[in-house]
Design a protein around this ligand. Structure first.
Ligand code: ADP
Length: 542
């Protein structure tokens, strides 16, 4: 096969460049190695449907990927399929080793409000109220209607003439649709499945506006459980001042941007908040710091909450590889700085409605792509290394193929290498990228190296609140390792001063689970939730 013929413009150009670089006047016939390199230089291919966010497509094109063309290409000739809706089981079962899907089966148990409530209630029963008291008291209606009525009147008795506040949300809807806030039980109407939740009536206000946080969480695998949290995110504001006297005003009580962007005050310059209805998370944390708030403590609580929430569903999620899930956690902070989990979103909105969206979501998508382990995505690589796709190993549970490179493997690989005595910066860059560099990953790598070197530069500055971002100056958080008493050691062999290795920080993603050797072990051969909870409790008690 002639690489020039088969690979088209991009490859030919790269070949020309390398020939010129070596002062070779005439083209030499291509050898086997050149062919392999040529094949490897074929761009990675992404597949979309009508629900795929535009920003995903534009980021992938920017990174040198090609869009899958059903008419022109073989049905299996793609590497990443990203869409808003879930995949069918058969699609998971048939996924090839060189392919990735952006949804994991079974994750809607986390993102449907009633399912989440059930799972969290179960965990509360098993591990105690206090560990799982980060969600407002929740009743699933109609099933729990009698319990709710009893609770409502019990609270009424305690409060006397003071009103109590509740919020009723359709279990399956999103974007604030169908939500009612009420204080009088006669205003509760339902037709279908809803959750009725204690309304947090003392939210932390900025200016006098209510807000909540959108925290992005990427689970790159449930078995073994591997959770990353994104250090940048969004803070979404209501656009009318918070007022408990007027529960009907959605612009004052709901922080969904889909609602507030059509509010009369959206474009006005609002007290402290300014124009629009969004801040970046980093801006919010720096606002808190200026007000002498311990933002690190708040961030720790949020990370623990994320782990506890994912742990609640992880055992019931079927095994599937070659897929990942990006979640949007909605978290409200009250005036005592306690974070409350409101809900977890499936396919969190990636539309770009304002400049804040652009800065956060474009980087987010870039970093997700970095995170999903591009090594092994090439179809050519898999010819001799093909996992047996298609046939589920365990009919119900094992869904697809062997993971090309589970995160903890690269974690071990990397951390062992960090023990090298050579220049750590150079060494890490070399180690992060495989020797046989290839493909459009060359483009990926150029980005990665830039990002990585920037990060190393930042690390050399003595800063207590490390964990710096690579794309812009931003530093409200402690790295996981710094905040954990137990660092990876022993077989993983991490250097004490190195904290967690680069796979723990991919762009703005920080690995939050596993967070030490014990949890690493407790998540490998089956998920030992009890053991993990013990470790988490130790951490939280520190
Ligand atoms: P949706 O999926 O429709 O967005 P959410 O649960 O995220 O539903 O609720 C929408 C908005 O309502 C939140 O962003 C928040 O502003 C507000 N909200 C939801 N639950 C509560 C609560 N328990 N207490 C206070 N505000 C809440």
């Amino acid at each position: 096969m002639n690489a020039h013929k088969s690979l088209g413009g991009v490859t030919a150009n790269i070949f020309n460049l390398s020939l010129e670089g070596h002062n070779i006047q005439k083209r030499q016939p291509l050898g086997k190695e050149d062919e392999a390199l040529g094949a490897a230089l074929k761009p990675l291919v992404f597949r979309v449907d009508e629900t795929t966010p535009r920003v995903v497509q534009s980021v992938l094109l920017e990174r040198g990927w090609d869009q899958f063309d059903e008419q022109q290409q073989d049905v299996e000739d793609w590497n990443l399929y990203w869409r808003a809706s879930s995949f069918r089981m058969v699609e998971h079962v048939n996924v090839k080793p060189w392919q990735r899907l952006n949804h994991h089966p079974g994750t809607t148990t986390l993102t449907r409000k009633d399912c989440l409530a059930k799972h969290l209630a179960y965990m509360r029963r098993l591990y105690g109220e206090s560990l799982y008291e980060f969600t407002p008291r929740t009743f699933i209606i109609p099933n729990d209607y009698t319990k709710f009525v009893a609770e409502y009147f019990k609270e009424k008795q305690v409060l006397g003439t003071k009103p109590s506040y509740w919020i009723c949300k359709p279990a399956e809807l999103s974007r604030g649709r169908g939500i009612v806030i009420f204080s009088d039980i006669r205003d509760l109407n339902f037709n279908g499945t809803y959750v009725v939740q204690k309304y947090i009536c003392n939210p932390l206000l900025v200016g006098r506006y209510k807000c909540d946080l959108r925290i992005y969480v990427c689970v790159t695998g449930f078995k073994p459980l591997t959770i990353y949290v994104y250090k940048e995110g969004l803070v979404r504001f209501a656009t009318e001042k918070f007022d408990l006297q007027n529960l009907q005003d959605s612009y004052a009580h709901l922080t969904n941007s889909s609602i507030n962007k059509s509010g009369a005050s959206y474009k006005k310059i609002k007290e402290v908040v300014g124009q629009g209805c969004k801040w970046t998370l980093s801006r919010f944390f720096s606002y808190l710091r200026n007000g002498d708030v311990d933002d690190l403590l708040l961030w720790q609580k949020i990370k623990h909450m994320v782990i506890l929430t994912v742990l609640a569903v992880a055992p019931s999620v079927p095994v599937a590889y070659n897929c990942f899930e990006l979640f949007g956690f909605d978290i409200l902070i009250d005036e005592n700085l306690k974070p409350w989990l409101l809900e977890v979103n499936y396919s969190p909105a990636l539309s770009l409605d304002c400049s804040t969206d652009v800065s956060v979501k474009r980087s987010l998508v870039h970093d997700v792509i970095e995170l999903i382990h591009l090594n092994g995505l090439r179809r050519e690589d898999k010819k001799c290394n093909r996992a047996s796709p298609g046939s589920p190993r365990n009919k119900q549970l094992e869904l697809c193929t062997i993971p090309a490179s589970p995160p903890y493997v690269s974690l071990i690989r990397f951390t062992n290498r960090t023990c090298s005595k050579t220049n750590p910066v150079v060494q890490r860059v070399v180690n992060v990228y495989p020797k046989h560099t290839r493909t459009s990953q060359l483009r990926e790598m150029i980005n990665k190296q830039r990002v990585f070197l920037t990060r190393e530069g930042a690390k050399s500055k003595p800063k207590l609140r490390a964990c710096h971002t690579t794309r812009k100056a931003f530093s409200p958080y402690t790295p996981v390792a710094q905040s954990q008493p137990h660092r990876m050691k022993g077989p993983v062999g991490i250097l004490p001063e190195a904290g967690y290795a680069p796979d723990d920080h991919v762009g703005n993603f920080v690995l939050i689970f596993p967070f030490n050797e014990a949890t690493f072990g407790a998540s490998r051969n089956g998920l030992n939730v009890k053991r993990i909870i013990q470790e988490l409790q130790k951490l939280m008690n520190k």
